[in-house]
Design a protein. Structure first.
Length: 316
């Protein structure tokens, strides 16, 4: 096996390894949840749409507020129970995006989006998984105020683990949308693409939502064929990552290319091409002569690509 440059210790995958015990058995007990909200050690993450509200600090900001502090930042809103951290209750407190954005003017607060927080390391890393969870669940609540079955206003129950319809009695659960994200390779080369949304120098794995009726492997085959015209053979699972933009689960895979001629779907991608291991290695190290890069370590794409460069992937 050819030796490659030392890429250093493997970075942590963002939004994973939450230290919070979800304590889902407490959710049906409204009195217990209410008691936990009065616990002196209770604290909440404050989120309005894409905006995360933090107490300004140095070098890190503090994303936890007492529940009284959280309530004082807004009018009555919905609060969800995230679980217990060493017995201390943790909640997510939802604001309207407009209310959160208005808080940017306060000197004592820092309000920004979760991508910036994760990539720039603005809070202690242990906060990223619960912020991601709270953001995804609060987004779901904000978009499911009314029953999709009968149209009546629904209400939050089970500490935010469900919404119930008082008329037709339907129960609605927060959803997670599965996405396949895959590195297609043929041995010494891999296929990377560019979305028009990317910064101009970044290239990444292809990705797409799994459609109803598809297996993970089906979705990898279809997305690769649709976006780049490449037919894939074997698919191996690598790892997964919650991706709260707004509420996806990224399912990371490696796929074996059976064809080589790329036909780019310009509706989906700005470009796609083959990259050698040597070129991808200098992109990972941020030493590419044209400044090309892979996504940052917070994203699973970085880890999928790095595993291929480090010769860790086998299709047999
Ligand atoms: Zn209903």
């Amino acid at each position: 096996m050819p030796s490659r440059s030392d890429l250093g210790p493997k970075p942590r995958l963002g939004y994973t390894d939450s230290r919070i015990e979800r304590a889902a058995e407490l959710r049906p007990d409204a009195a217990a949840i209410a008691a936990l909200s009065r616990d002196p050690n209770a604290a909440a993450y404050v989120i309005g749409g894409d905006w995360i509200v933090m107490k300004k600090g140095s070098p890190l900001h503090e994303p936890l507020f007492t529940l009284a502090e959280a309530q004082a930042l807004s009018g009555p809103t919905e609060t969800i129970f995230l679980g217990l951290l060493n017995g201390a209750p943790r909640f997510g407190h939802g604001l309207s995006p407009q209310t959160a954005e208005a808080l940017k003017s306060r000197d004592t607060l820092h309000v920004t989006d979760l991508r910036s927080i994760a990539v720039q390391g603005l809070v202690a890393s242990e906060h990223l998984p619960p912020i991601a969870e709270a953001k995804a669940v609060l987004h779901w609540h904000a978009r499911h105020r009314f029953c999709p079955n009968c149209g009546i206003a629904t209400r939050l129950v089970q500490g935010g683990g469900r919404r119930d319809c008082p008329q037709c009695k339907a129960e609605h659960f927060p959803r997670t949308d599965p996405v396949v994200i895959m590195l297609v390779s043929d041995g010494e080369r891999c296929l990377l693409g560019r979305s028009p949304r990317f910064v101009p120098t970044m290239w990444s794995c292809l990705a797409g939502f799994i459609e109803p009726g598809e297996s993970i492997e089906d979705a990898v085959h279809r997305e690769t064929r649709e976006e780049a015209g490449i037919t894939c053979g074997r698919v191996v699972y690598f790892a997964s990552q919650p991706w709260p933009f707004p509420a996806s689960l990224m399912i990371g895979c490696h796929a074996e290319a059976l064809t080589h001629e790329i036909v780019v779907d310009r509706e989906e991608l700005e470009d796609a091409r083959w990259f050698s291991k040597d070129e991808v290695e200098v992109m990972l190290m941020r030493k590419h002569p044209q400044g090309l890069t892979t996504p940052p370590p917070v994203a699973i794409a970085h880890h999928i690509i790095r595993a291929w460069v480090e010769n860790e992937i086998r299709f047999d």
